[in-house]
Structures are given as C-alpha cells and as structure tokens.
Design a binder for this molecule. Structure first.
Ligand SMILES: [Zn+2]
Length: 426
C-alpha cells in the first residue's frame, strides 16, 4: 500500500500546470485533454463528448467562444483526434469497475476558471511560485485547478489500490461550474442514475486552512437568464412614433424585477447584472440585452422568483411592443446532505492528521451546481454529501485568490480517499 504522501508531488505539479492555463466554462479543452489521457493511461473507462450530457440541459454554451478555445488548444499542441472525439464538449467521466459486487460511488471535480486578471506581483502566491496564469483575463480564482488535480491523484490512488476495492467508482470531471452551466446536462444524462453514494468537495469558502466544513444543508437554488429585446428603429426627433423602444422595455423590466415582493418562506435574491442597449443618441433603440439571476432558499422559492421575473420581462415586451427572446443560461438547486454521509465525512475528517476543526457549515448565500448532481442521486434513493476543505484566501473570484496547495489539497485528498475506503473498501 502506498502512503498518501506519494501522491502529493504529482498532484501539486498538475495543479500548478493547470493554474497556468485557466480555461473558462465550456472551453476546458486543454484541461480535459490532460484528464482524459491520464485516466485512460491508468485504465479507467471514459465517457466524453456528447455522451456525457443531455444536450438540452447543457446551459450557457456560446459557439463562437467554444470554437476560439478549440483553435487555441490546437495551436498549443492539443491532439486533434481527441478534440474530434470530444465533439465540442469538455469534461470526462472516468469509470473504474472493480469487477466485485458493491456500491456505485461518484465523486465530482470541477474544472473551469474565472474571467479575472490574476495579480502578477509578489502579493500573489502563484506569481511567487512561478505558476501564475498565462492566459490574459483568465484565472483559476476558485480553486478548480486544485479540484481537477486532486481528482487525478485520486484516480491514481484508485488504480494502485484496486485490489482493496469493490463496486464501481465514477469520477465526474465537470466543466462549466461557474454560472452553474455544466452540471445540469450531466445530471440529466442518465449517467448518475445507478449511483448509490455521491461525494462533492470544494477548497476554501469559510473554513480556514486545517478546517473542514460539511454542508449539512445550504446553497441557494438559482436560475441564470439572458434576455434580448428587439424593437423598431426610427428617427428619435422626426418620427419617434414609428419606433419601438427596446431600451425602455429593458429598463422597465429591470425596475419591476428588482421590486419583486419577497417570499415569506425563505431567502430570495435577484440581480440584473448587465444591461446593454441602444445604437446612437438620436435613434430609437432597437436592441437591449440583459443578464440577470434569481435565487431562492429552495426550488419552490426560486421558481416563484423566476416566474415573477419572466412575467415582467414578457409584460414589458408587450407594453413597448418589442420582440423578446429569453434564454436559460444556468441552474442550480439547494443541497440537503444525507445525515449518514455527513457522519461519514465527519468521522473521517476528524481522524485526518492536520485537520484541526470539523464543523457543520450551512452556507445560504452562494450557489453551487453540484447541487443538481446531488439532487439527481438523492431522487432515486442514493446518499450524498458536499464539504469544503479550507484554505486561507482573500476572497473567491478575486485576483489574489490563493489556496496554499501543498497544505490544503493533501487534506482534502485524505478525506476523499478515506470516504472511498468506507463506501467501497473490501
Ligand atoms: Zn468554485
């Protein structure tokens, strides 16, 4: 049996390589190449390309962005055959079948980055370590590079310890977590329908380095929506009556949506994040585009927010006689972890040397699309849990986000290995 520490150097090296090439939602081609090649080498069966998703639920994909990323990947030496095999879809499910009767256990590792320019100075541990981002405007500012690297270390551990395991292990390398775009298509793919146990983890948030927080319940259910209004142009002074004003429709909808009455049974939030409209000072605005999101303490409350918002969006289109196109860009739900899985993680984490504090952590202000994978597994009676292994950071999604990889990742890794030994050890 190999000691866990033998897996750490490769994990850190992989994390730092990925940190240099951060890829945003649905463009994780280089990251996926690394993952797919590594797990295939180790002997895992892989599911990639369209087979990994129910395409109808693969939200927020922008063809031009994906095509650009494919070109960049090729120019950086990506294997064109593999790129073709991926059919424009990033991500990978790596499956290990032990051949022995036992449970199906799935683990999720997300892969995408944030659109933020990393600090290239000595305030940033990645710069100091010489592994800061080489892609302008993009940064692994949420630690998903660490998650992917840990998933690969975990894959190697599974291969090395296959004789001591039973059942089936599914490692979900999920693209496009940011904006809650990627999980939904995987949840609806059918690939999790046989999963008995599901475990998801994330670095950071409230737990500090050497701490671990178990999400007993938490996260906000959310829907991300893009709206595009199309009006009719006219000379604003000479023939205003002939125009149909898309900008006014968007403004009217925005004001109404921000004023949706709050739900009495739980938290809600709403934000119009962007609004771009108009062509020129003296032209009745023809185009207006809005990006917004609604959130709620659970699916019912989120649905209430979504339905009210959609009514206002459509109502404003009607009032101003403009066309209106609505696209759902992402979705996540709330999480209620199963008590027995929380106990399992609590027991394991408490025994990991270096983890000094384990606590129940109810985060209600953010969203995480792993929630949809958890909901899917629970919907057929499977058991699931989500936890955070801590690090000392200055805030997720910020240009100086850091995770102290050599300290934080090994602790999370030990918990994943410990959990698998409990669920699938023989
Ligand atoms: Zn994240």
């Amino acid at each position: 049996m190999n000691d866990l520490s033998t897996y750490i150097p490769e994990m850190i090296e992989t994390r730092r390589y990925l940190h240099r090439i951060p890829e945003i939602a649905w463009t994780e081609f280089l990251t996926s190449e690394l993952v797919i090649k590594r797990v295939r080498e180790l002997g895992f069966k892989t599911i990639i390309g369209k087979a990994l998703f129910n395409e109808e639920y693969a939200y927020g994909r922008e063809d031009s962005v994906i095509e650009e990323a494919q070109k960049r990947a090729l120019s950086m030496g990506m294997d064109p055959k593999l790129l073709e095999e991926m059919q424009g879809y990033t991500g990978c499910m790596a499956i290990w079948e032990t051949g022995r009767v036992g449970p199906v256990t799935a683990f999720r590792f997300d892969m995408d980055c944030i659109a933020v320019e990393e600090n290239h100075d000595e305030t940033n541990e990645a710069f100091v370590g010489g592994f800061d981002s080489t892609f302008p405007g993009l940064m692994h500012a949420c630690g998903h590079d660490g998650h992917t690297a840990m998933g690969l270390a975990f894959a190697r551990w599974i291969k090395d310890h296959a004789d001591s395991l039973k059942g089936t292990i599914k490692l979900v390398f999920q693209p496009a977590e940011e904006g809650t775009k990627g999980a939904s298509g995987i949840a609806e793919s059918g690939l999790l329908d046989d999963v008995d146990y599901f475990i998801g983890g994330h670095v950071g948030m409230d737990p500090k380095l050497h701490e671990l927080g178990i999400i007993t319940k938490g996260f906000l259910s959310t829907t991300k929506i893009n709206v595009s209004y199309t009006g009719k142009p006219a000379h604003a002074g000479a023939a205003g009556q002939e125009g149909r004003n898309a900008l006014m429709a968007a403004c009217s909808a925005s004001m109404q949506i921000m004023g949706i009455a709050r739900h009495g049974q739980g938290n809600t939030a709403v934000n119009i994040g962007t609004l771009h409209a108009g062509e020129g000072r003296n032209v009745v605005p023809v185009h207006a585009k809005m990006e917004l999101e609604v959130r709620g303490a659970n699916d019912k409350i989120c649905k209430y927010m979504q339905e009210r918002a959609l009514k206002m969006i459509r109502g404003s289109a009607e009032s101003y006689e403009v066309g209106c196109d609505i696209k759902i860009m992402g979705r996540a739900t709330n999480v209620v972890s199963d008590p027995e899985m929380c106990n399992l993680i609590r027991e394991i984490a408490t025994a990991v040397p270096g983890i000094n504090r384990v606590f129940d952590y109810d985060t209600i202000t953010s969203s995480e699309d792993c929630s949809l994978l958890i909901q899917k597994v629970q919907s057929h009676g499977g058991k699931a849990v989500f936890f955070y292994y801590g690090c000392n950071h200055n805030g997720h999604h910020k240009s100086d986000f850091e995770i102290q990889d050599t300290e934080s990742l090994p602790l999370g890794f030990a918990v994943f290995v410990g959990a698998l030994k409990k669920t699938n050890g023989q």
